[in-house]
Design a protein around this ligand. Structure first.
Ligand SMILES: C[S@@+](CC[C@H](N)C(=O)[O-])C[C@H]1O[C@@H](n2cnc3c(N)ncnc32)[C@H](O)[C@@H]1O
Length: 854
C-alpha cells in the first residue's frame, strides 16, 4: 500500500480517494481501469506545473504507469488475503515458529523506521492508509497478577494465543505509526519480539507523537499474547512476519515510574514524559508534585477527552491536600459537567465561588453572562469552554433545573442553529421523556411509552458517548473474511470508544450493555438492567477494564447512529454509523416508525410522530421505509430479524406484486419522473397561464403518471389501504402538473401523496379557515415516511392555493406544515423558515404575519 502511494506521489499524482479505494477493493468490478484513468487524468498535460509527470510522460504512458501501480496494489491485496487464509488454517494446526536472529530484526526494524520517515516526508501525514482484519479477535480478561511470565523462547508455536501467560518486554526502537503502532521489544534473554498494537491511538499518529507515547526503553507487559505469523496486518500491514498481534489495546500495560516491575525481571521501568507535556498512554498520570502541575494536567486531560483520568487525578490531589481549593472545585465542576452530572457541577461551582469570595474576592466570579436558551458549543474533548465561574454555575443550574422538563422550542432552536453553524459537540442537557426500557417479545429489549403521548412530544434528547470526527488521513479497513470495509469514521469511533471506556469504566454498562450483532455472544453487561441515565463518575478506585475491540466494533456496527455513512462492500448497502447514543440505541426497528429522529451535531432528538398509547413500543427506522420491500429486507439482513411492522406486513401480503412494484420503481418510474421534471422547468412565470403547447405537455405527462399509478395500484392487494410509499413521488408530480392545468385538483393530489406516506386527512380538509384563531390542519394524522418531502407537499399546496385566490384554504396547509415540522424536528418557525424559506418564503411569511409571535 505504502509502495503504491509512494509511486503515485513520485509521479505527482494524487492518492486514490477513499471511494476509489473502495472500488479497487471490490475484486469483482472492473473499477481498476476506471480508477487508473481518473488518477492519470488528475495530471492532464499542460494543466499541471511545468515538467510534471503528464508533460514528461504523455497521457498514455502515464495511464499505463498508474495501471501498473494499481496492479501492484491489487496483488498486495491478494497476498494479504492468502496470508490471512493460511493463518486461519494454521490456527487448528500451529507450526514451529521461526524467529529471526536479533541482528536481522534490528536491520528490519531500522529499515521500517526509515521507510516510515520517508513516507511521512514524501506523502505527508494525510496519505490514505489501509489495514486488514477478519477472523478471531482477542482480549485478555485476566489481571497481571494471575498470569505467569513467559519468554520469547518459550513461544514455540505459531499461530497461538498463550493463555494464562504474560510477556514482559522493553522497547528497543521508536514505534512505527501507521493506523496502529508497531513496537520492537526485547525480553530478558535479549530476544527481539515485534509487536503490533491496534487502536493504540484514536487517530493515526505521526512519528514524533508516537515516539512520545512509547519512548525507547518503555517497559511493557502483554497479557495472554497472540503470536501471529502475520502480526502487523491489523496495525500496519507489511510482509508476513511472526510477532505479537494485540487486538485490544487493554492487553498492553505500560509500566510507569514508581510502579512495581515484573517479578524476576531485571528491567527498570522507564521514566514517563512529564504529565503536563504529554499524557501517558491510556493510563492516569501519577505523582504530580505541585498544585499548578495538577491543575494543568487536569485541564489537559479534559481537553484530551479523558474526564475519568482528570477526575481521579483531582481526587488524589484533594486527598493529599486535605481541603479543597477554589481552583480544584472549579475543575471538579467542569469534570462533573462533562459527565452530565449537572447538579453535582452546580454544587461544585457554587462552593468554588463561595470559597473564592471568602479568599479575598478572587476574579473567578467576574464577568457573569447570561447564557439563555441558545445551545453553546462545547470545546475540545466535550468540555465547557473557558468562561467565568458564574456563567458556568448558571449553565449547570439551568441544565440541572430543566433535567426533567421537556425541551422547549427555544432549546431545540438553539440546538439546530448551533449545529447548522458547524458546532459538533453541543452543550445540552439530556432528557429522557415518557419512555422506559422493557423486554419485547422476539426483539430483545426496546423502549415503550410510559403514558399516552401526543404527536410532537419529545421522547429523547441524548448526547453521543465519545463522538469522533476524524480529521486525520483517510483510513480503510478491509475484513478479509467477509469483505466488509470500515472507513475512517468507523475506525476512529471504535478506537475512541475503547479509550473512553478505559477512561470511564462506568460507561461500560450503557455501551457494552448493547448487543453487537447476531454473530457475537452477548457481553456480561447485556444481562444487567439497562441504565436510563448516564452513570455518574465512579468514586471508587480505578481498575482498568479489559475492553474487547471486536465487541466495540459490533456495538457500533449494530447500534450507532450518525451523520457519516459506511458502505457494506458485500451488499452495497449504505448505513450510518459513527456515534453511539446508548439509550436511543435500545430503540428497535420498524420501517414504519412512530417517532421522528433527527441529529444535531452529537445530539439525537426523537419526537413522537403519532399518538403513542401508554405501553406501546417506540420504534424508529434503521433503514429507510421509503425503499422497496426487498431492498429494506436486504439492508436489514445483517441484523438477522424479520421486520413485522405494518408496512412490512402489507408488503409481504402483496407477494409477487411487491416485486413487480420494485421493478417499476427501479425501471420506468425514474424516466417518467425525469420527464415530468423537464416539463415543469418550462414554467418560467408561475402566475402566467400556459399556452396550448405547454398545457398539452403537462396533460401528456399527467396521463403518463396516471398510467403508472394504475399499474402500480394493481401491484397492491385489494383493500390494502392508502399506505403506499412508492406512489408518494408520483402523486407529488401529478400535483405539480395539475397546478398548471387544473388547479382545483392539485391539492387533492398532494393529499393523496401524504396518504401514501401514512397521513390521514380531516373530513373537512378542503374547507377554508374561518374565524380568528389558528387554523386547523388539513391532516388528523401525520405521515410517518417521506417526512421532509411531506412538509414540502404542504407548503407547495399552500403556495398554489394562495396564488389561485384561496388564502383561507392556503393557510390551513401552512398550519399543517408548521405542525408537522414541530413534530418532526421542532424549534419553532425560525427553524422551519431556515429549512424551507428559500422555496416557500411567501407562504411562511404570510403565516408569520398572521400567527407568528412578535
Ligand atoms: C440497536 S439494537 C436494539 C436494541 C436491542 N433490541 C437490544 O436488546 O439491545 C438492534 C438489535 O435489536 C434487535 N431488533 C431491532 N429491531 C427489531 C425488530 N423489529 N424485530 C426483532 N428484533 C429487532 C435486533 O437483534 C437488532 O440487531
Amino acid at each position: 500500500m505504502e509502495d503504491a502511494l509512494r509511486a503515485l506521489h513520485q509521479l505527482s499524482l494524487p492518492a486514490p480517494s477513499p471511494a476509489q479505494l473502495l472500488d479497487l477493493l471490490d475484486s469483482h468490478s472492473d473499477a481498476a481501469e476506471r480508477v487508473a484513468q481518473l488518477i492519470a487524468l488528475a495530471s492532464a498535460p499542460g494543466e499541471g506545473s511545468e515538467g510534471d509527470a503528464a508533460d514528461l510522460l504523455g497521457a498514455d504512458l502515464l495511464t499505463q504507469a498508474v495501471r501498473a501501480i494499481l496492479a501492484n496494489l491489487a496483488s498486495a491485496l491478494e497476498a494479504a488475503r492468502a496470508a490471512h487464509e493460511k493463518e486461519r488454517e494454521q490456527l487448528q494446526k500451529p507450526a514451529a515458529v521461526k524467529m529471526l536472529p536479533r541482528k536481522a530484526h534490528v536491520a528490519r526494524s531500522t529499515a521500517a523506521l526509515k521507510r516510515a520517515a520517508r513516507a511521512e516526508e514524501e506523502s505527508g501525514p494525510m496519505r490514505p492508509r489501509l489495514v486488514f482484519d477478519g477472523g478471531p479477535s482477542y482480549v485478555s480478561r485476566a489481571s497481571l497478577a494471575e498470569l505467569e511470565p513467559i519468554s520469547a523462547a518459550d513461544m514455540k508455536l505459531v499461530p497461538r494465543r498463550y493463555e494464562g501467560r504474560v510477556l514482559y518486554l522493553r522497547t528497543v526502537a521508536p514505534p512505527v505509526p501507521y493506523v496502529g503502532l508497531l513496537l520492537e521489544g526485547e525480553d530478558v534473554a535479549g530476544n527481539i519480539v515485534p509487536v503490533a498494537v491496534s487502536h493504540a491511538t484514536v487517530q493515526p499518529q505521526g512519528m514524533d507523537a508516537a515516539a512520545a507515547l512509547f519512548p525507547v526503553g518503555t517497559l511493557i507487559a502483554i497479557k495472554e499474547p497472540y503470536l501471529s505469523p502475520n502480526y502487523a496486518a491489523r496495525a500496519a500491514p507489511g510482509k508476513p512476519l511472526a510477532g505479537i498481534r494485540i487486538d485490544s489495546p487493554t492487553d498492553l500495560k505500560v509500566f510507569r515510574k514508581g510502579e512495581t516491575g515484573p517479578p524476576g525481571f531485571e528491567l527498570a521501568p522507564a521514566a514517563p514524559a512529564a504529565a503536563s507535556a504529554s499524557l501517558p498512554w491510556l493510563d492516569d498520570p501519577v505523582a504530580l508534585e505541585t498544585s499548578s502541575e495538577q491543575s494543568a494536567a487536569v485541564t489537559a486531560l479534559l481537553a484530551a477527552g479523558r474526564p475519568g483520568a482528570a477526575w481521579r487525578l483531582l481526587q488524589r490531589a484533594r486527598t493529599a491536600e486535605k481541603s479543597a481549593t477554589p481552583e480544584h472545585l472549579a475543575l471538579e465542576g467542569r469534570i462533573r459537567y462533562h459527565a452530565e452530572d449537572w447538579a453535582g457541577a452546580a454544587a461544585a461551582f457554587e462552593e468554588a465561588m463561595a470559597l473564592s469570595e471568602a479568599s479575598a474576592g478572587s476574579d473567578l466570579q467576574d464577568g457573569a453572562q447570561s447564557l439563555g436558551d441558545g445551545a453553546q458549543s462545547l470545546g475540545d474533548g466535550g468540555i465547557l469552554p473557558p468562561m467565568p465561574l458564574q456563567a458556568c454555575l448558571r449553565q449547570a443550574r439551568a441544565h440541572a433545573e430543566r433535567f426533567t422538563l421537556e425541551p422547549s422550542a427555544a432549546e431545540v432552536r438553539g440546538l439546530y442553529f448551533a449545529a447548522a453553524a458547524g458546532a459538533r459537540r453541543l452543550d445540552v442537557r439530556t432528557y429522557v421523556g415518557p419512555a422506559a426500557v422493557r423486554d419485547i417479545e422476539g426483539a430483545g429489549r426496546g423502549l415503550v411509552a410510559t403514558r399516552d403521548v401526543q404527536p410532537g412530544e419529545v421522547i429523547l434528547l441524548c448526547r453521543a458517548v465519545a463522538p469522533q470526527y476524524p480529521s486525520g488521513p483517510p483510513v480503510l479497513r478491509l475484513n478479509l473474511e467477509n469483505g466488509l470495509v470500515s472507513t475512517s469514521s468507523q475506525i476512529a469511533a471504535q478506537s475512541g470508544l475503547i479509550h473512553a471506556l478505559v477512561d470511564r469504566p462506568e460507561l461500560q454498562l450503557p455501551v457494552l450493555g448493547l448487543t453487537a450483532g447476531p454473530d457475537l455472544p452477548y457481553s456480561a453487561f447485556v444481562r444487567e438492567p439497562y441504565p436510563v441515565s448516564v452513570p455518574s463518575l465512579r468514586e471508587d478506585a480505578h481498575e482498568r477494564p479489559a475492553v474487547d475491540a471486536a465487541y466495540v466494533d459490533g456495538v457500533l456496527r449494530f447500534n450507532a447512529f450518525g451523520p457519516s455513512a459506511a458502505i457494506d462492500a458485500a451488499s452495497g448497502a449504505v448505513f450510518p454509523r459513527a456515534m453511539p447514543h446508548p439509550l436511543p440505541a435500545i430503540l428497535n426497528h420498524a420501517c414504519l416508525p412512530n417517532v421522528s429522529t433527527t441529529f444535531h451535531g452529537d445530539v439525537l432528538l426523537s419526537r413522537a410522530l403519532v399518538p403513542l398509547p401508554k405501553g406501546i413500543e417506540i420504534v424508529h427506522p434503521y433503514v429507510r421505509g421509503e425503499l422497496p420491500y426487498a431492498v429494506r429486507q436486504a439492508q436489514l439482513s445483517k441484523h438477522a430479524f424479520q421486520c413485522a411492522c405494518e408496512l412490512c406486513r402489507l408488503d409481504a401480503a402483496d407477494g409477487d406484486g411487491a416485486q413487480m412494484r420494485a421493478r417499476l420503481v427501479a425501471g420506468e418510474l425514474p424516466a417518467i419522473l425525469a420527464r415530468s421534471g423537464s416539463v415543469l422547468k418550462m414554467r418560467v412565470n408561475a402566475t402566467e397561464a400556459p399556452d396550448a403547447k405547454e398545457r398539452e405537455a403537462h396533460e401528456d405527462i399527467v396521463e403518463a403518471l396516471e398510467g403508472i399509478i394504475d399499474r402500480m395500484a394493481a401491484t397492491y392487494q385489494p383493500g390494502r389501504g392508502s399506505l403506499r410509499p412508492e406512489l408518494f413521488d408520483v402523486f407529488r408530480s401529478c400535483a405539480a402538473h395539475r397546478a398548471v392545468t387544473d388547479p382545483s385538483r392539485s391539492a387533492q393530489c398532494e393529499l393523496d401523496a401524504l396518504a401514501c406516506a401514512g397521513a390521514e386527512a380531516r373530513e373537512d380538509w378542503a374547507a377554508p379557515h374561518s374565524g380568528t384563531g389558528e387554523p386547523a390542519a388539513v391532516l388528523s394524522r401525520l405521515p410517518a415516511l417521506h417526512l421532509d418531502a411531506s412538509i414540502e407537499a404542504m407548503l407547495a399546496s399552500s403556495t398554489r392555493l394562495e396564488a389561485s385566490g384561496q388564502p383561507e384554504c392556503a393557510i390551513r396547509w401552512t398550519a399543517t406544515a408548521v405542525w408537522a415540522h414541530d413534530c418532526i424536528i421542532g424549534g419553532g418557525l425560525d427553524v422551519l423558515v431556515d429549512r424551507f424559506g428559500e422555496r416557500y418564503g411567501p407562504a411562511l411569511r404570510l403565516w408569520q404575519q398572521r400567527f407568528g409571535r412578535p
